[in-house]
Write a protein that binds this ligand. Sequence first.
Ligand code: SF4
Length: 567
Amino acid sequence: MSWKLKKSRLDLLARERGAIRKVWGNALTVCLAYPNVYRTGMSNLGFQTVYALINGRPDCLCERIFLPDPDREAAAPAPPISLESQKPPADFDLVAFSLSFENDYPNILAMLAAAGIPLLAAERGEQDPIVIGGGIAATLNPEPLADFFDLFLLGEAEALLPDFLDATVALRRSLSREAYLARIQESVPGAYGPRFYQVVYDQAGRIVSRTPLAPAYPQRIVRRFAADIDAFATDQVITTDDTELGGMFLTEVSRGCPRGCRFCAAGFVCRPVRFRSARTLEGSIQKGLAQGKAIGLLGTAVSDHPALLPLCRSILERGGNVAIGSLRLDRLDAETAEILNKTGVETVSLAPEAGSQRLRNVIHKGISEAEIDAAVDKLLEYGIVRLRLYFMVGLPTETDEDVEAIVRLVKGIGHRVRSASEGKKGFRRLTLSINQFIPKPATPFQWHPLEEVAAVKKKLRRMVAALRGEPAVKVIHDLPKWNYIQALLSRGDRRVGKLLLAVHRLSGNWAQALREMNFNPDFYVYRPKETGEILPWDFIDQGCEKAILEREYRQALSGDILKETQT
Ligand code: SF4
């Protein structure tokens, strides 16, 4: 191991507060891997939660590993080593990947290869670690990664990890690799070993059947969730200034969301809606304040928390500061705006998602133009003159008028921001952030195709041109070609793994990999799917019946939507 590499790990560790270092003994050893760089991985509360859960057990030890940071480590490419004791991943019993974003998937292969671990699960031997994956991306659809993982754990770690770790501590070192994996598949609800299921396709490439290879394996895998999120604290365990949210102490306020926006995976697969009580949150807040950090309140429905404003007030009254992860427009009243003003927040983000009322109804966003105007007015009234607005393009049923409506809305808000801040201090800016809609598994739009890259580019060009010259309006958007890849990795079946392998072999050259393979990615990305079709992720019981998703999809596409919103 190079001294330079070891020193870079020790430097990172030295700047951390809360890292856990255990002595290697008989404990089950887990290398927790984040398929992106340190500063991104360490901003992920789920990643930190798993680290704490595993290390909280006396019979387990967990150390972290990240993708090498090209800005910091370009000069010293070397085999990866864990942060805590600088051991290679191959020395651990398990390598566990935290999977939040599909576009990180190629990094998984790069990390396994650099660690000398065979990429294909089928080629690993007794001496290799068991490679497992969990996190929201895996829970939505693990199939594109099926060839590379021995096991997936689907659902929330607090519910699933104790059962999995109990069984693994008891069995891993006494059984062969294959026998251990089979026992986990049989006995741990939420665990999924792709090798234990056979998928058959028809001539057109659609899935015909999916069969467990033994009667003891469940037909469907149940996504696990923790019924009582007050029973544990989901708090940041390690704080460091080397992350994207370095000045904050992150704590989770809620899981699930009652709003049911039809594009949103969190709203459908993180059910049921659960809030941590003010009493439990108080303990977390005290921890963060004691470290002198701003309290970052995270969750899918933060602004729906019944005690949000009293909690924020109490933090501010104690001389602390607070940041709210996501804020619903229709919750932005005078009291909220006043609190935001007191936090000194520079920019407030709002997400109308669609420009026209018609399209907001289609996606079930549940906010009106009057509510958008009222929210903006409240913020301006309390001196917040830097706003970021999130919109999507490529939504189902979107027309040119809907795109023009975004421009109109942004121009109107820009005008209000300028008038309200005339003669006042503070740089005013309106940032328009445009993301392409990607139809996600397990949502009502799972059957809908992605809008074609060329059409999205055209819409983006039109919007950029229409807003050029608008004072203080800045437009940012993601790149359609990467959205196409994201859609492929999100909606694909296990055959997509062959493409990932080719991309890895060709050092990330997607275009060449696609050219070399007899593979049609449009099949997954642009093809509208029949509602009766077996989808790659249908075997996961997310707790929301397919019939409900189908009803929502039909309502979205039908004229009923207008009646629905008038009531
Ligand atoms: S309000 Fe936000 S978190 Fe809730 S369903 Fe809608 S987009 Fe998802």
